[in-house]
Design a protein around this ligand. Structure first.
Ligand SMILES: [Zn+2]
Length: 370
């Protein structure tokens, strides 16, 4: 049964598309469906379920054969804006929360994207990227942390609805306090060497630990990249269980955390959401990239976790076909999960309908106060 039916989707973590200049870029579609580096062989990416399914999405919307030549030539003769709009509309997207920290080549600017898709788009602030902008102005580590706090205090009025941390693929998720003398020394060394990319573990941890009270005060949820994703990531450092010390310190003070992606640690994330108030999660990226496993991944994510802590996100970027595929696999996986709990576990149909709405958009509305 289609529990998700025509319910709108609010995507709480995704990125912008490529603009019409790259409308026919099918290699861009393949590369948007892998987390491998740019030198990974294209011919191998093309032999994945997710790529073949995305190619089929394009072909069926264009009314052509599902092969590269036919799809590319059909893309060259359609109105790209309308093509994108129709895919988002048919998939049921209503609102996008976009992390502007990742920009594909020839990125579509958010205003133009919002106008083309006729969708409400809200930005999420990437913490480390914002903090890097203050490095050159601040001589001392505490001036720098204060500048970041001031920026966070203005985030809501500038339209941001949340904050995202990429500490997982800079120094790992074992987030911990750092003694001020160590942070001061690391800051001095970094400025001395003229580095502008924040990669020192002491500085990353000091910053995050020190600005978290401001996130709580401002009511800003913080998203963490966890698990799979980004060619930089060391997956052994991306297990969300490593955040335990940070949760123990801040969750009871009112912090709300969102664990993004989580795969292959989606069961660990489900466990964390089941024991810590204020912890939310998704299985974005794995749905759609682990296409054939989507129903199983969704079911495993919800083995322990309350449905009220689970959100829809695609983590899609660059191409409209990956957004469409993310939505379609999500709806099919949720429908299958709800069928199972209704037929095998005495969850009433009324509750299942309620859960479908929560997962598709209501949890997002509540968490980000939209
Ligand atoms: Zn992302």
């Amino acid at each position: 049964m289609s529990w998700t039916g025509k319910l709108p989707l609010w995507d709480h973590h995704c990125h912008t598309l490529v603009n019409p200049e790259r409308a026919t870029d099918l290699e861009g579609l393949a590369r948007a469906l892998t987390e491998a580096k740019g030198d990974y062989p294209l011919l191998d990416i093309q032999q994945t379920v997710t790529y073949q399914e995305a190619l089929y999405v394009a072909a069926s919307h264009l009314g052509t054969k599902s092969d590269e030549l036919a799809v590319q030539s059909a893309l060259g003769s359609v109105d790209y804006e309308k093509y994108c709009h129709d895919l988002f509309f048919e998939a049921g997207y209503q609102k996008l929360l976009i992390d502007t920290g990742y920009q594909p080549q020839s990125a579509w600017d958010i205003q133009a994207l919002s106008a083309a898709l006729k969708l409400d788009i809200l930005p999420v602030l990437r913490l480390e990227t914002m903090a890097e902008r203050y490095l050159s102005d601040c001589e001392d580590v505490d001036d720098w942390v204060q500048a970041v706090r001031n920026d966070l205090q203005k985030a809501r009025t500038r339209g941001y609805v949340g904050v995202k941390s990429i500490i997982a693929y800079r120094s790992g998720l074992f987030v911990h306090p750092v003694a001020p003398p160590a942070a001061k020394a690391a800051y001095r060394a970094m400025r001395g060497e003229g580095r502008t990319r924040l990669s020192n573990a002491d500085l990353l941890n000091y910053l995050l630990w020190e600005v978290t009270p401001t996130l709580i005060q401002e009511g800003l949820p913080i998203q963490f990249h966890t698990g799979y994703g980004d060619p930089d990531t060391d997956l052994t450092q991306g297990n969300p269980l490593l955040l335990r010390g940070y949760f123990e310190k801040y969750i009871n003070e009112g912090l709300r955390v969102v664990l993004l992606h989580t795969y292959p640690f989606h069961r660990e994330a489900g466990y964390l959401a089941s024991v810590y108030p204020g912890v939310y999660f998704d299985v974005s990226l794995a749905v759609p990239l682990a296409a054939s496993g989507a129903p199983r991944i969704i079911a495993e994510a919800l083995e322990l976790a309350p449905v009220s802590r689970f959100l829809f996100a695609s983590d899609a970027h660059s191409r409209p076909e990956s957004f469409f595929l993310g939505a379609r696999l999500w709806r099919a996986g949720i429908d299958r999960f709800l069928d199972k709990v209704v037929t095998e576990h005495h969850v009433s149909p009324a509750v299942a309908h309620r859960w479908a709405s929560m997962i598709c958009w209501e949890n997002c509305q509540k968490l980000y106060s939209l």
